[in-house]
Design a protein around this ligand. Structure first.
Ligand code: B1M
Length: 211
């Protein structure tokens, strides 16, 4: 009987070796890929909750996400084989003129942890590049990150470019230290998240509403 609780605990504590080994054990014991995935997503949900309550901080979250990523690499071929698809396709990047990527990377990791397929466009991403990627990947979600007051206007131009491109089913989530809910309302973004864990909650809410 595979110990999926042990897998969850290994991810939560960021123990990569144990997370990968437990995933391999579960696969060898013929546990259902969906159950293994659910254990991983539940672990990352817990990590997100603890982060929101300030029980853990960025480094703990990063190492948990890394353990999740390496375990997922073991599971991925089985998920493909079993026809289990990510629940959403997301494109994410830091807006034009902005080179900060630590927060954006955390959001990308948490979205992956929630079983979203994430295309990371990196930093200094132009509105057109967001639009092209959203179209190319048929994105359900686009995530925009900005860390500078001087690059916040690029969020507005990017949101406008996405809406003007007719990508009406694509939901835009924005965040970053200077960004607020009021700003999101002002520029017509679909969602705002103050941190990476909340970005999962906000995205899930938007996806459920669109379903
Ligand atoms: Co820069 N920097 N920086 N910087 N930097 C800040 C942001 C600053 C506040 C420092 C300061 O002056 N006190 C200031 C901005 C001031 C302002 O605009 N109000 C600043 C400045 C001025 C600059 C330069 C202009 C400095 C210069 O060259 N004169 C320059 C700009 C370069 C550019 O982008 N064009 C610059 C450069 C850099 C470095 C390259 C040296 C480096 C970035 C390295 C990297 O990212 N790879 C850097 C860093 C590290 C910082 C600080 C110290 C840390 C930022 C960070 O990573 N925080 C920062 C000061 C600070 O915050 N204490 C500062 C940790 C990260 C986890 O938090 O990114 O906020 P954060 O992400 C959070 C949330 O915001 C949210 O979730 C994350 C956590 O859960 N979130 C989202 C983020 N994106 C989201 C997207 C979402 C949802 C939530 O949905 C999609």
């Amino acid at each position: 009987m595979p110990d999926l609780q042990k897998l969850s605990e290994a991810i939560k504590s960021g123990n990569r070796e144990q997370a990968v080994a437990t995933t391999q054990e579960a696969i060898a014991a013929k546990a259902a890929p969906r159950e293994i995935l659910d254990a991983m997503v539940a672990a990352m949900d817990d990590v997100g909750r603890k982060f929101q309550c300030n029980e853990i901080f960025v480094p703990e979250m990063l190492i948990a996400a890394r353990a999740m990523k390496e375990s997922m690499a073991q599971l991925e071929p089985l998920l493909v084989e079993a026809g289990i698809k990510p629940i959403a396709k997301a494109v994410i990047g830091t807006v034009a003129g902005d080179l900060h990527d630590i927060g954006k990377n955390l959001v990308a990791m948490m979205w992956k942890g929630a079983n979203f397929d994430v295309v990371d466009l990196g930093t200094n991403v132009s509105p057109q590049k967001f639009v092209d990627a959203a179209k190319q990947h048929n994105a359900d979600l686009v995530g925009l990150s900005a860390l500078l007051t001087t690059t916040m206007p690029a969020i507005k131009t990017t949101v406008e470019a996405i809406k003007n491109a007719g990508l009406n089913v694509t939901k835009v989530v924005i965040g970053g230290a200077p960004v607020t809910q009021a700003y999101a309302d002002q520029v017509g973004a679909d969602g705002y998240a103050p941190d990476a864990a909340s970005a999962v909650d906000v995205a899930r809410k938007l996806l459920n509403a669109a379903a």
